[in-house]
Structure formats: structure tokens, C-alpha cells
Design a protein around this ligand. Structure first.
Ligand SMILES: Nc1ncnc2c1ncn2[C@@H]1O[C@H](COP(=O)(O)OP(=O)(O)OP(=O)(O)O)[C@@H](O)[C@H]1O
Length: 250
């Protein structure tokens, strides 16, 4: 485990009309410590992800990635710096095959849209197949995305993010839409792949069983603020968290 601060949010503020979605957000994300963000609906969790990944610009405050001020930088530029994002609904080209999706992500990362030489094409294909192997989906390479169930789409979305070679990956509800019987297996696969690729994860999650199993740390959001942060064993037993977020003891 390193003690490197990978991302630091400082005094973040954002409002939508009268709604305060971030009010004085201060948090540090440590490299190689997976952070779960929990909180009631409307607490501002997705808004925080949107600000950290360039989809929203805070009205005040700053975001530093690896010591550099990246506040308001466009998503595609942040990706090149090492910050990637997976969405609640996977952003895939459904009428293309899994491998075609991967090759497009690889080309975007390399910013190379020129026709590849056959040697480069073979090398790139091998690299993308390796990414698919990491999330146990190599056998799906030639399948159309539209044919795949939600759990497999989630995994492909993560492989796509890995193709961008991030250091930090934000995931918004990685198990939403996945059958409850498959949730743990999907997140176990994602977790092993991210560990192998040395990617730090920040994920928003409503399933406390998943949080307890996969997070190194938990941050609790409410009304646009970070209320608590700590180890899952401590945070998930906190009476205020049980009352306001979880609803009942695990
Ligand atoms: N683009 C927007 N325009 C107007 N209001 C918005 C916008 N985005 C978010 N909000 C509001 O900001 C508040 C925080 O929303 P956000 O989606 O960040 O919450 P959340 O914690 O992710 O909720 P959930 O768990 O339901 O996804 C909510 O009141 C929401 O309605």
C-alpha cells in the first residue's frame, strides 16, 4: 500500500438552482485504497463523480490529480492523465462486437485513428484480448454487445476503461442492473482485474454487502457533504449511518 494522494478534492461547491449538490467537499483519495461512496438518494454522490471526471465544473473549489490542478478539465483530457469513468449504464456501441468496442477504446487512448499496419493490428488485438481475459470475457470477443446480459456488459465496460490505462477509475453503481445472484461474482472479477492492473477504484454503491466486501474505505455522503469516512467495519456500524443510509444493521 502506498501513501500517495492520488486525487484531492478541496472545498468543492456546486448548485443546481436552489439545490446544493456539493457544499464544501474535502476528501483525499489514496492510491491503491478502494473507496466506496455511500449515501441516500440525492446526496450528491454522482455529482461528485461528475466533477472529478470532468463532466461537471464545480462553481468553487479545486480538484488535484497526482498534485496537478485538473479542475474543469474535459473528460477526454482527464482520461489521458489517468482518470477513467464507468457509468451506471455501460456506454458501449451495442451493434459492434466486444472486440471492436475494445479496439475503438484502444485507438482513442492512443489517439491513433490512422489505419494500422498488420503488425500493429495484431499487437493491439492481442492487448485487447488480454484485457478481456483479465475480466474473464475473452470468450465473448466476437459477440455483439447487444446480445449480452447486463452483468457481462458491466464487465466489458470495465475492460474498456482498463484499455484507457487509468490509475484511477470511478464507477457509478457497478452492480446496478446485475441480478443479485451474480453481483458478488461480477464485482469479484472487477476487483481482481483492477488489482492486477494496479488501478485504484472509487465506486458509488447502494448494496452494503458489496461495500463491506470490496471497499478498503467508505465515505458517507449526505446533502452535498462528506459526513464520515473510515474503514467499512467502523462506518457501516455507525448509528447515524445505519439510521440515515443503511436503514438496518447488516
Ligand atoms: N444536472 C442537474 N440539474 C439539476 N439538478 C441536478 C442535476 N444533477 C443533479 N441534480 C440534483 O442534485 C442533487 C444530487 O444529485 P446526485 O445525482 O448527485 O445524487 P446521488 O447521491 O448520486 O443520488 P442517487 O443515489 O439517487 O443516484 C439531487 O437533488 C439532484 O436532483
Amino acid at each position: 500500500m502506498s501513501d500517495t494522494v492520488l486525487l484531492q478534492a478541496k472545498d468543492l461547491e456546486i448548485r443546481f438552482g436552489g439545490v446544493v449538490a456539493a457544499s464544501g467537499i474535502n476528501i483525499e483519495i489514496m492510491e491503491h485504497k478502494n473507496l466506496a461512496i455511500i449515501g441516500p438518494n440525492g446526496a450528491g454522490k454522482t455529482t461528485f463523480l461528475n466533477m472529478c471526471t470532468g463532466y461537471l465544473k464545480p462553481h468553487a473549489g479545486n480538484i488535484f490529480f497526482d498534485g496537478e490542478d485538473v479542475t474543469g478539465i474535459a473528460p477526454r483530457k482527464l482520461v489521458r492523465k489517468g482518470v477513467a469513468r464507468a457509468f451506471q449504464i455501460p456506454q458501449l456501441f451495442t451493434e459492434h462486437t466486444v472486440l471492436e468496442n475494445m479496439l475503438m477504446a484502444g485507438a482513442a487512448q492512443a489517439r491513433n485513428w490512422a489505419p494500422l499496419t498488420s503488425i500493429d493490428r495484431i499487437a493491439q488485438r492481442a492487448e485487447m484480448v488480454h484485457m478481456l481475459e483479465m475480466i474473464k470475457c475473452a470468450h465473448l470477443a466476437d459477440r455483439l454487445v447487444s446480445e449480452l446480459p447486463e452483468g457481462q456488459r458491466k464487465l466489458i465496460d470495465i475492460a474498456l476503461a482498463l484499455a484507457l490505462k487509468p490509475r484511477l477509475l470511478f464507477m457509478d453503481e457497478p452492480t446496478s442492473g446485475v441480478a443479485s445472484s451474480e453481483k458478488f461474482e461480477v464485482l469479484e472479477t472487477i476487483s481482481v482485474a483492477l488489482h492486477e492492473a494496479k488501478v485504484t477504484a472509487v465506486f458509488v454503491e447502494h448494496d452494503m454487502g458489496i461495500v463491506e466486501r470490496f471497499a478498503d474505505e467508505v465515505a458517507v455522503w449526505n446533502r452535498g457533504q462528506v459526513l464520515f469516512r473510515g474503514a467499512p467495519g467502523e462506518i457501516l456500524k455507525h448509528p447515524d449511518v445505519i439510521r440515515d443510509v443503511i436503514g438496518e444493521e447488516l
